[in-house]
Design a protein around this ligand. Structure first.
Ligand code: ZN
Ligand code: ZN
Length: 256
Protein backbone atom coordinates (compact mmCIF):
# COMPACT_ATOMS: atom_id res chain seq x y z
CA UNK A 1 0.00 0.00 0.00
CA UNK A 2 1.08 3.51 -0.77
CA UNK A 3 -0.43 6.86 0.26
CA UNK A 4 0.21 10.50 -0.60
CA UNK A 5 -0.28 13.32 1.87
CA UNK A 6 -1.36 16.08 -0.53
CA UNK A 7 -1.39 18.85 2.07
CA UNK A 8 0.96 19.30 5.03
CA UNK A 9 2.82 22.28 6.44
CA UNK A 10 6.32 20.95 7.12
CA UNK A 11 7.61 24.46 7.91
CA UNK A 12 5.24 24.92 10.89
CA UNK A 13 5.88 24.14 14.58
CA UNK A 14 5.73 20.53 15.71
CA UNK A 15 6.60 19.00 19.07
CA UNK A 16 9.95 20.05 20.49
CA UNK A 17 12.92 18.68 18.66
CA UNK A 18 10.96 17.01 15.87
CA UNK A 19 12.64 17.80 12.56
CA UNK A 20 11.27 17.59 9.02
CA UNK A 21 13.74 14.68 8.54
CA UNK A 22 11.98 12.71 11.27
CA UNK A 23 8.49 13.64 10.06
CA UNK A 24 9.25 12.52 6.52
CA UNK A 25 10.95 9.30 7.64
CA UNK A 26 8.07 8.32 9.92
CA UNK A 27 5.64 9.03 7.11
CA UNK A 28 7.57 6.75 4.76
CA UNK A 29 7.64 4.04 7.46
CA UNK A 30 3.83 4.26 7.51
CA UNK A 31 3.36 3.88 3.73
CA UNK A 32 3.03 7.62 3.10
CA UNK A 33 5.54 7.78 0.27
CA UNK A 34 5.00 11.30 -1.03
CA UNK A 35 4.16 14.58 0.73
CA UNK A 36 3.26 18.00 -0.63
CA UNK A 37 4.28 20.82 1.70
CA UNK A 38 2.05 23.82 1.23
CA UNK A 39 2.80 27.52 0.89
CA UNK A 40 0.78 29.89 3.04
CA UNK A 41 2.91 32.49 4.79
CA UNK A 42 4.80 35.05 2.66
CA UNK A 43 7.81 34.79 4.99
CA UNK A 44 8.28 31.07 4.55
CA UNK A 45 7.97 30.44 0.81
CA UNK A 46 11.70 29.95 0.39
CA UNK A 47 11.78 27.71 3.44
CA UNK A 48 9.19 25.28 2.07
CA UNK A 49 11.05 25.02 -1.23
CA UNK A 50 14.26 24.25 0.68
CA UNK A 51 12.45 21.57 2.69
CA UNK A 52 11.07 19.98 -0.49
CA UNK A 53 14.49 20.13 -2.12
CA UNK A 54 16.06 18.16 0.71
CA UNK A 55 13.86 15.08 0.14
CA UNK A 56 13.34 13.09 -3.00
CA UNK A 57 9.62 12.56 -2.43
CA UNK A 58 8.54 15.90 -1.01
CA UNK A 59 6.98 18.45 -3.36
CA UNK A 60 5.70 21.94 -2.65
CA UNK A 61 3.11 24.50 -3.63
CA UNK A 62 3.46 28.27 -3.57
CA UNK A 63 0.74 30.69 -2.57
CA UNK A 64 -0.54 33.10 0.04
CA UNK A 65 -3.23 31.92 2.45
CA UNK A 66 -6.34 34.14 2.75
CA UNK A 67 -5.31 34.93 6.35
CA UNK A 68 -2.20 36.65 4.94
CA UNK A 69 -3.86 38.19 1.86
CA UNK A 70 -3.30 41.66 3.30
CA UNK A 71 0.48 41.12 2.95
CA UNK A 72 0.35 40.14 -0.72
CA UNK A 73 2.17 42.57 -3.03
CA UNK A 74 4.17 42.65 -6.24
CA UNK A 75 7.39 41.60 -4.44
CA UNK A 76 5.67 38.44 -3.26
CA UNK A 77 4.28 37.83 -6.71
CA UNK A 78 7.82 38.06 -8.10
CA UNK A 79 9.13 35.81 -5.35
CA UNK A 80 6.59 33.13 -6.24
CA UNK A 81 7.64 33.27 -9.89
CA UNK A 82 11.32 33.10 -8.92
CA UNK A 83 10.94 30.24 -6.44
CA UNK A 84 8.86 28.09 -8.77
CA UNK A 85 10.84 25.17 -10.15
CA UNK A 86 10.00 21.63 -11.25
CA UNK A 87 9.03 20.39 -7.77
CA UNK A 88 6.41 23.15 -7.43
CA UNK A 89 3.23 21.24 -8.22
CA UNK A 90 0.49 23.82 -7.56
CA UNK A 91 -0.45 27.32 -6.53
CA UNK A 92 -1.90 27.28 -3.02
CA UNK A 93 -3.21 27.44 -0.58
CA UNK A 94 -5.35 30.31 -1.78
CA UNK A 95 -9.00 31.14 -1.19
CA UNK A 96 -11.35 32.89 1.19
CA UNK A 97 -11.65 32.59 4.96
CA UNK A 98 -14.50 34.69 6.32
CA UNK A 99 -14.56 32.75 9.61
CA UNK A 100 -11.37 34.25 11.00
CA UNK A 101 -11.29 37.22 8.61
CA UNK A 102 -7.62 37.97 9.35
CA UNK A 103 -7.59 40.00 6.12
CA UNK A 104 -10.46 42.22 4.92
CA UNK A 105 -12.92 40.36 2.66
CA UNK A 106 -12.35 42.60 -0.36
CA UNK A 107 -8.58 42.12 -0.12
CA UNK A 108 -9.01 38.35 0.18
CA UNK A 109 -11.11 38.28 -2.98
CA UNK A 110 -8.67 40.39 -4.99
CA UNK A 111 -5.65 38.33 -3.92
CA UNK A 112 -7.56 35.08 -4.59
CA UNK A 113 -8.34 36.15 -8.18
CA UNK A 114 -4.78 37.38 -8.68
CA UNK A 115 -3.30 34.02 -7.62
CA UNK A 116 -5.80 32.07 -9.72
CA UNK A 117 -4.62 34.06 -12.71
CA UNK A 118 -0.98 33.33 -11.84
CA UNK A 119 -1.76 29.60 -11.72
CA UNK A 120 -3.47 29.81 -15.10
CA UNK A 121 -0.45 31.54 -16.62
CA UNK A 122 1.92 28.97 -15.09
CA UNK A 123 -0.30 26.05 -16.10
CA UNK A 124 -0.51 24.79 -12.49
CA UNK A 125 -3.50 23.45 -10.54
CA UNK A 126 -4.84 25.39 -7.54
CA UNK A 127 -5.27 24.29 -3.91
CA UNK A 128 -8.29 26.07 -2.48
CA UNK A 129 -8.99 26.93 1.18
CA UNK A 130 -12.58 27.94 1.90
CA UNK A 131 -14.09 28.68 5.29
CA UNK A 132 -17.50 30.30 5.73
CA UNK A 133 -17.25 31.66 2.19
CA UNK A 134 -18.71 29.01 -0.12
CA UNK A 135 -20.97 31.27 -2.16
CA UNK A 136 -18.28 33.91 -2.78
CA UNK A 137 -15.59 31.30 -3.53
CA UNK A 138 -17.83 29.42 -5.92
CA UNK A 139 -18.66 32.63 -7.82
CA UNK A 140 -14.98 33.52 -8.20
CA UNK A 141 -14.01 30.00 -9.31
CA UNK A 142 -16.88 29.81 -11.78
CA UNK A 143 -16.07 33.23 -13.17
CA UNK A 144 -12.31 32.74 -13.47
CA UNK A 145 -12.33 29.18 -14.79
CA UNK A 146 -15.51 29.27 -16.89
CA UNK A 147 -16.28 25.57 -17.59
CA UNK A 148 -13.42 23.71 -15.94
CA UNK A 149 -11.50 24.36 -12.75
CA UNK A 150 -8.25 22.45 -12.30
CA UNK A 151 -8.43 22.80 -8.53
CA UNK A 152 -8.91 20.91 -5.29
CA UNK A 153 -11.09 22.04 -2.39
CA UNK A 154 -8.78 21.18 0.47
CA UNK A 155 -9.86 20.14 3.96
CA UNK A 156 -13.43 19.72 2.82
CA UNK A 157 -15.80 20.47 5.67
CA UNK A 158 -19.10 21.31 3.96
CA UNK A 159 -22.19 19.44 2.87
CA UNK A 160 -22.75 16.97 0.06
CA UNK A 161 -24.91 19.52 -1.81
CA UNK A 162 -22.19 22.16 -1.70
CA UNK A 163 -19.60 19.61 -2.78
CA UNK A 164 -21.69 18.71 -5.82
CA UNK A 165 -21.36 22.32 -7.02
CA UNK A 166 -17.55 22.20 -6.83
CA UNK A 167 -17.46 18.80 -8.52
CA UNK A 168 -19.63 20.17 -11.32
CA UNK A 169 -16.91 22.76 -11.96
CA UNK A 170 -14.51 19.84 -12.50
CA UNK A 171 -12.81 20.19 -9.13
CA UNK A 172 -11.39 17.50 -6.88
CA UNK A 173 -11.75 17.28 -3.10
CA UNK A 174 -9.43 16.27 -0.29
CA UNK A 175 -10.38 15.06 3.16
CA UNK A 176 -8.54 15.43 6.46
CA UNK A 177 -8.89 13.91 9.93
CA UNK A 178 -12.16 15.82 10.26
CA UNK A 179 -13.89 12.76 8.79
CA UNK A 180 -12.81 10.78 11.87
CA UNK A 181 -14.53 13.18 14.28
CA UNK A 182 -17.82 11.84 15.68
CA UNK A 183 -19.92 14.91 15.04
CA UNK A 184 -18.75 15.49 11.43
CA UNK A 185 -21.81 13.84 9.92
CA UNK A 186 -22.12 16.29 6.99
CA UNK A 187 -18.51 15.80 5.93
CA UNK A 188 -18.78 12.05 6.37
CA UNK A 189 -21.80 12.05 4.10
CA UNK A 190 -19.92 14.15 1.52
CA UNK A 191 -16.94 11.74 1.72
CA UNK A 192 -19.19 8.74 1.14
CA UNK A 193 -20.82 10.46 -1.83
CA UNK A 194 -17.77 11.79 -3.74
CA UNK A 195 -16.87 10.01 -6.98
CA UNK A 196 -13.68 8.07 -6.37
CA UNK A 197 -11.86 9.67 -9.33
CA UNK A 198 -11.97 13.03 -7.50
CA UNK A 199 -10.84 12.17 -3.96
CA UNK A 200 -7.43 12.80 -2.41
CA UNK A 201 -6.13 12.47 1.15
CA UNK A 202 -4.38 15.08 3.27
CA UNK A 203 -3.46 15.67 6.89
CA UNK A 204 -3.17 19.50 6.95
CA UNK A 205 -0.46 18.75 9.55
CA UNK A 206 0.28 20.06 12.15
CA UNK A 207 -3.46 20.78 12.48
CA UNK A 208 -6.52 18.50 12.68
CA UNK A 209 -4.99 15.25 13.94
CA UNK A 210 -7.38 12.34 13.35
CA UNK A 211 -8.89 10.27 16.16
CA UNK A 212 -7.28 8.92 18.42
CA UNK A 213 -4.78 11.83 18.31
CA UNK A 214 -7.38 14.58 18.12
CA UNK A 215 -6.18 17.76 19.84
CA UNK A 216 -2.51 16.82 19.52
CA UNK A 217 -0.03 17.73 16.79
CA UNK A 218 -0.79 16.06 13.48
CA UNK A 219 1.76 14.33 11.23
CA UNK A 220 1.74 12.96 7.68
CA UNK A 221 2.25 9.47 9.17
CA UNK A 222 -1.43 9.56 10.27
CA UNK A 223 -2.77 9.44 6.69
CA UNK A 224 -3.61 5.70 7.00
CA UNK A 225 -6.04 6.54 9.86
CA UNK A 226 -7.91 8.93 7.57
CA UNK A 227 -7.85 6.35 4.75
CA UNK A 228 -9.23 3.69 7.09
CA UNK A 229 -12.16 5.89 8.09
CA UNK A 230 -12.82 6.80 4.46
CA UNK A 231 -12.87 3.12 3.52
CA UNK A 232 -15.47 2.44 6.25
CA UNK A 233 -17.66 5.35 5.16
CA UNK A 234 -17.50 4.22 1.53
CA UNK A 235 -17.71 0.46 2.17
CA UNK A 236 -14.42 -0.14 0.41
CA UNK A 237 -11.14 -1.71 1.52
CA UNK A 238 -8.28 0.48 2.68
CA UNK A 239 -6.23 -0.98 -0.20
CA UNK A 240 -8.79 0.37 -2.68
CA UNK A 241 -8.69 3.79 -1.03
CA UNK A 242 -4.88 3.77 -1.14
CA UNK A 243 -4.89 2.87 -4.79
CA UNK A 244 -7.32 5.44 -6.15
CA UNK A 245 -6.35 8.35 -3.89
CA UNK A 246 -2.68 7.83 -4.79
CA UNK A 247 -3.36 7.59 -8.49
CA UNK A 248 -5.63 10.68 -8.34
CA UNK A 249 -2.90 12.70 -6.59
CA UNK A 250 -0.21 11.58 -9.05
CA UNK A 251 -2.41 12.68 -11.93
CA UNK A 252 -3.72 15.90 -10.39
CA UNK A 253 -0.31 17.21 -9.34
CA UNK A 254 1.62 15.55 -12.23
CA UNK A 255 3.96 13.81 -9.75
CA UNK A 256 6.53 11.47 -11.21
ZN1 ZN B 1 -6.35 25.53 4.62
ZN1 ZN C 1 -3.23 24.11 5.08
Amino acid sequence: MEFIDTHAHLDFEYEDGITPQQIVKEAFDNHVTKIITIGSDPKSLKKIRDIADSFENVYYSLGIHPHEAKDFNSDIEREILTLKDKKCVAIGEIGLDFFYEHSPRGVQKRVFVKQINMAQELGLPVIIHIRDADAESYDILKNEFKDFCNGVVHCYSGTKEQLKKYLDLGMSVSFTGIITFNKSLNVQEAAAYSPKERIMLETDAPFLAPVPYRGKKNYPKYIPLIAKKLSELRKETIEQVAEYTTSNAVKFFSLN
